[in-house]
Ligand binder design. Structure first.
Ligand code: BT5
Length: 284
């Protein structure tokens, strides 16, 4: 589906009822959407680019578009995401005009967890290319810098689409959210200077586009390469961990990941558990 307004960022059409008329106070903090459209021109992912100055959740909007038949690669991007969410309905804290908050509509012939891996790697590569700062991956879906979360990934899927959402804290700080700031940071805080969100999102989409094409064309070979790169970036391995799964808590040593990316945790009794979901805290 080609959005009727996809190349007119002055008057974005918003199918989402969550949009308000609050545009950014500081226009200089708006993304240069036209430059991004040009940069994404030859990519499978990123076109059409559907931009809103503000919306509730890019994932919600992308899901609406996917249900309406949006083409694979459709990108939803906003400068102010005021009702962003994480897994199990958790809140994603906004930093208006300072984050990258985006969602892609995809229709992959492979399982969505490959997209979580590809996204974490793409975020890390973009961050390093633009800021020089190296990141690490916390199983299953966090990107960390200096042990603090800088990005999160949220996949929501149905039988005929996958929506891949990425939130990356770029500029500013989380000082207004002291509790979160103990565990989270922004790229600029670590780098010591503000960064171009346009450069970051271009690097991110280009890397993701390559990884996605590789998965489509090379199948299992690409999956093996992707898993190996993702595994090499995981800080979780070799650590004593506490894993919260709803009301259940599992403690043990994070030994490895399976071919599908599940975490292998050995408990004190020597029993190995295959963990496919949950929140990991390092117990070390
Ligand atoms: C995630 O969930 O980390 C996935 C976050 C995905 C956000 C993107 S933004 C674009 C797209 N549209 C959406 O509506 N969502 C996606 P989870 O692993 O459940 O982690 C959630 C936890 O991360 C929260 O409970 C906080 O502890 C923490 N958190 C919240 N806001 C944060 C922020 N801005 N930076 C770092 N950590 C944050």
């Amino acid at each position: 589906m080609r959005s009727p307004d996809h190349d007119d960022d002055n008057a974005p059409h918003d199918p989402s009822p969550q949009r308000t008329e609050n545009l950014l106070d500081d226009q200089s903090q708006m993304l240069d959407v036209e430059a991004l459209r040009q940069a994404f021109g030859g990519l499978r992912l990123g076109s059409p680019l559907i931009y809103f100055p503000e919306l509730g959740s890019t994932n919600s909007t992308a899901i609406e578009l996917a249900r309406a038949g949006a083409a694979e690669g459709t990108l939803v991007l906003t400068d102010r995401q005021m009702a962003g969410r994480g897994r199990v309905g958790r809140h994603w804290e906004p930093l208006p005009g300072q984050q990258l908050t985006l969602s892609l509509v995809l229709r992959p012939p492979f399982a969505p967890h490959w997209l979580v891996m590809a996204s974490a790697l793409a975020v890390g590569e973009a961050a390093e290319a633009v800021s020089g700062v190296r990141s690490a991956i916390k199983w299953p879906n966090d990107v960390l810098i200096d042990s603090r979360k800088v990005a999160g990934i949220l996949i929501e899927s149905s039988a005929d689409y996958v929506v891949l959402g990425i939130g990356l804290n770029v500029n500013g700080s989380l000082a207004a959210h002291p509790t979160l700031a103990e565990r989270a940071t922004t790229l600029a805080q670590v780098a010591g200077h503000p960064l171009s969100r346009e450069m970051l999102v271009v690097h991110l989409l280009r890397t993701l586009d390559l990884l996605y094409a590789d998965l489509l064309q090379e199948g299992e070979d690409a999956q093996q390469r992707l898993r190996a790169a993702w595994r090499a970036g995981l800080v979780t391995l070799g650590q004593p961990v506490t894993i919260q799964q709803g009301d259940r808590v599992l403690r043990g040593l994070a030994e490895d990941v399976t071919a599908d990316g599940a975490l292998l945790v050995r408990d004190a009794a020597g029993v190995q558990h295959v963990v496919t979901w949950g929140d990991v805290e390092s117990a070390g």
